[in-house]
Design a protein around this ligand. Structure first.
Ligand code: FUB
Length: 438
């Protein structure tokens, strides 16, 4: 089946834009292929504060409305110098220079996580796959070393910013993009800085945006400068509380329109299970930023139609093997589906999934549920991919729900994908599998 992946005729992006897994701290960039990419952190479900955050995913779009999960690019297990217990993969960023993508991420190097933060760097020749860790930027530390952000300026010089605990620092990166030229400097002129630094440039003016310290309800503020490392002039608040205890955002221009990427807790209602959103960002004539209006509609299509056409192979649930309390049923509309996944030990297993040469595969699991927030536990070839959200389709016979995630498959046709229950009753009708370029 050749299905052009227009996501169910969406007229706008809707917010949040990613529903199947929890994503936070979005860093958005428009790269040379004309697409916009979001590098997000991943709130693992269930959460334990921010301790278990891990497994960075990248999302891409050619039009701001249809978003493709490009899959996982790095997990704590891939980081040889990292904290032995894993987790703590917090807000990342990505930069592109001289043909290489540099993925920067904060991660502790020891069990005493709060005293051992480092900024790791993984590199790839591709924007959303193939990243290999290169170690951490040497010589940094001494305070909350989190939330790195990198600006590559028009003259190809690159600057790194980071900070938490009320202190923001910036400095120039060497040409290798892996080390700092000279010393990091405290960024002067910011008011009430908390964390989440993001720097972008517009019409020759540098903007540094950040989260403030408003108790339990951080807002986003910003400052401007005519130099990349300040001093900065404080300009005000441009994002009011989202309802989530943390706030973290990035700003990018796509096809002449500016956007704010941020997170809220709309799906989960929990501050550590967050979801990425997009809304329009407007400038006044004098370069100041208007308060961003947070919407449920999100943004309208911009730019080209999605160019990527995936060939989806359909695997009917009717052909699954099942265990525990799971069984195959047929309803009055002649939908055939697996039910009973919610009872302990129940599962359905899609076998002989074709991975061809092996590599990334987009999974679309079609389901129906009446529950507001049911979950499916996904296992691919025995590896745990944790909980996927199954959002209400209003009725148990409306199989319009689609859980979407990209996972790696082995070469050949011996891949096995297992779904078991989390909370809530979810009926699974089929799974579509589309192979992505690796
Ligand atoms: O996501 C973990 C931390 O929460 C980030 O590093 C902060 O910016 C806040 O969003």
């Amino acid at each position: 089946m050749n299905r052009k992946d227009k996501q169910a005729g969406k007229l706008s992006s809707r917010n949040p834009i990613i529903n199947t897994i929890y994503t936070a701290d979005p860093s958005a960039h428009v790269w040379e292929d004309g697409k916009v990419y979001i590098y997000a952190s991943h709130d693992m479900d269930p959460a334990r504060g921010c301790d278990l955050m891990d497994r960075y995913h990248v999302f891409s779009s050619a039009d701001m409305v249809n978003w493709q999960d490009e899959g996982e690019i790095l997990r704590s297990e891939d980081v040889s110098w990292g904290r032995p217990e894993g987790g703590f993969m917090w807000a990342p960023d990505c930069a592109y220079k001289n043909g290489t993508y540099y993925f920067y991420y904060p991660h502790p190097s020891g069990s005493a996580w709060n005293d051992t933060w480092k900024i790791g760097v993984a590199t790839s020749k591709k924007p959303a796959s193939g990243f290999v860790d290169q170690g951490y930027v040497p010589g940094l530390g001494g305070f909350a070393l989190i939330d790195p952000c990198v600006l590559v300026d028009e003259d190809n010089r690159a600057y790194m910013y980071y900070g938490g605990g009320s202190r923001c620092e910036g400095g120039e990166l060497n040409d290798d993009m892996l080390s700092i030229k000279g010393n990091m400097l405290e960024m002067e002129g910011l008011e009430d800085f908390h964390e989440a630094a993001w720097v972008f440039k517009r019409e020759g003016l540098y903007y540094l945006t950040y989260a403030d310290n408003l108790e339990g309800n951080n807002r986003m503020r910003y400052a401007t400068s005519d130099k990349p490392l300040g001093p900065w002039t404080y300009r005000g608040i441009f994002l009011e509380p989202t309802g989530c205890s943390t706030t973290h955002g990035s700003v990018a221009e796509f096809n002449g329109q500016w956007y704010l990427f941020y997170h809220n807790q709309e799906i989960s209602g929990e501050g550590n299970l967050r979801s990425v959103c997009i809304d329009y960002l407007y400038f006044n004539e004098d370069g100041t930023i208007q308060t961003v209006v947070q919407t449920k509609e999100g943004v309208l299509p911009a730019g080209d139609e999605p160019s990527q056409t995936l060939d989806f192979q359909i695997y009917e649930a009717a052909a699954c093997s099942m265990g525990g309390g799971a069984s195959l049923e047929v309803d009055e509309q002649e939908n055939r589906f697996v039910s009973g996944l919610q009872s302990a030990g129940s599962y359905c297993e899609f076998e002989h999934i074709a991975g061809e040469e092996g590599g990334r595969a987009a999974l679309l699991i079609q389901y129906a549920t009446e529950d507001r927030l049911a979950k499916l536990h996904l296992t691919v070839n025995g590896s745990d991919y944790s909980l996927l959200n199954a959002l209400s389709t209003s009725s148990l016979s409306e199989f319009c729900g689609e859980a979407r995630i990209t996972v790696p498959l082995e070469p050949g046709d011996r891949n096995t994908i297992r779904l078991s229950g989390g909370n809530g009753e979810v009926r699974v009708a089929r799974m579509l599998v589309g192979l992505l370029d690796s």
